[in-house]
Design a protein around this ligand. Structure first.
Ligand code: ASP
Length: 340
């Protein structure tokens, strides 16, 4: 394993062989299946990764010899790029699989395609798909790690983790904080992953948006539901501004974007009426003038770009936790002369 100082010393905790005690999952499918301790372990590992790579900018080779395939069937800017970069920062090989130019277009099934990739000796598949449950289906057919990078409107665990890491960096312990998730809750995979992660770590979650996008049934997940942003604003320590997912909507959920922005966009006036250290998050892509005005998106309370950096840290942590055990097993087998 090649590594240069001074990164070597910082990366030492990541090299301790198999992933740390407390991690026993082969896959990361959603945050619902993790305990508070496991979520905290990922966040702490992300901090280690960030330090070991000098703010996610340098390369360490703790996953040298591993291979990760990105299997994206929906558009992505941040998630796909940062999974690729995260794997490369840790020294793994990355293959960006292109569905449109693959044999899927010749009639090969999704599972057969994935099994063929597995047969090439990969360690993990990062999958994004428009159909909820696709990563779970893959996990039930493959022996390699499966990481959910967004399955339709269902879940987006690494987005939830990077949002939580960004809050923790700025405000500390999540316990007792009130986090408002504002916008298109109905179609947002970010919302569900945030709800699972935040409530497990002791934060209070308020969902806010028009009744057509925030149904009362969400209360079953242990959250409060409101349709009045101005009413909940003074109680919030964090606002996570979710995009209106027009691409997933079949009917118009509100009369006009202008009316939506009037009632739910975070703007200067609302910022003045909020807690003075209110933190603004948005998963991106942001639509300036819809869920957030341009000045608020760029203000010092906005962590929107810090979230992107933390996305890299969280994805390094997840890849390390999922592939680290596999590569150390391979390394020890190789050392014993069992694989060449
Ligand atoms: N990028 C996030 C997602 O893939 C949020 C969004 O698209 O609005 O779910």
């Amino acid at each position: 394993m090649t590594m240069q100082t001074p990164l070597a010393a910082a990366a030492r905790p990541l090299q301790a062989g198999s992933p740390p005690a407390g991690w026993s999952h082969q896959h990361l499918l959603d945050l619902e299946e993790l305990t508070a301790e496991e979520i905290t372990l990922i966040l702490d590992t992300a901090v280690l990764c960030k330090e070991a790579t000098e703010g996610c900018r340098r390369k360490i080779d703790v996953l040298a010899g591993s291979a990760v395939v990105n299997l994206f069937f929906e558009n992505s800017t941040r998630t796909k790029t940062s999974f690729s970069l995260a794997a490369r920062r840790l020294g793994a090989d990355v293959i960006d699989f292109s569905a449109s130019t693959s044999s899927l277009s010749k009639g090969e099934s999704f599972i057969d395609t994935a099994k063929n990739l597995q047969a090439m000796g990969i360690d993990a598949v990062v999958v994004r798909h428009g159909t909820p449950g696709t990563p779970h289906l893959l996990a039930s057919h493959l022996n390699v790690g499966v990481i959910n990078a967004g399955d339709g409107p269902h879940a987006h665990p690494t987005q939830g983790l990077l949002d939580i890491l960004s809050i923790r960096e700025r405000l500390g312990d999540l316990k007792g904080l009130t986090v408002g998730l504002v916008g298109d809750i109905a179609h947002s995979r970010t919302a569900r992953s945030n709800i699972w992660g935040l409530t497990k770590l002791g934060a209070k979650v308020i969902l806010c948006g028009p009744p057509t996008l925030v149904a009362d049934g969400w209360r079953e997940l242990g959250v409060e539901v409101s349709h009045d942003l101005d009413a909940i604003l003074p109680r919030c320590d964090v606002l996570n501004l979710l995009r209106i997912q027009f691409e997933r909507q079949h009917t118009r959920p509100f009369p006009s974007v202008r009316e939506y922005a009037h009632l739910y966009a975070m703007n200067r006036d609302r910022l003045r009426r909020a807690k003075k250290d209110l933190v603004i998050l948005a998963p991106g892509p942001i639509n300036r003038g819809v869920e957030v005005t341009a000045d608020v998106a760029d203000c010092p309370q906005s962590l929107i770009l810090d979230q992107v950096t933390n996305g890299l840290a969280v994805r390094m942590a997840v890849l390390w936790l999922i592939c680290g055990g596999r590569s150390s097993t391979q390394a020890s087998k190789a050392a014993e002369g069992r694989i060449v």
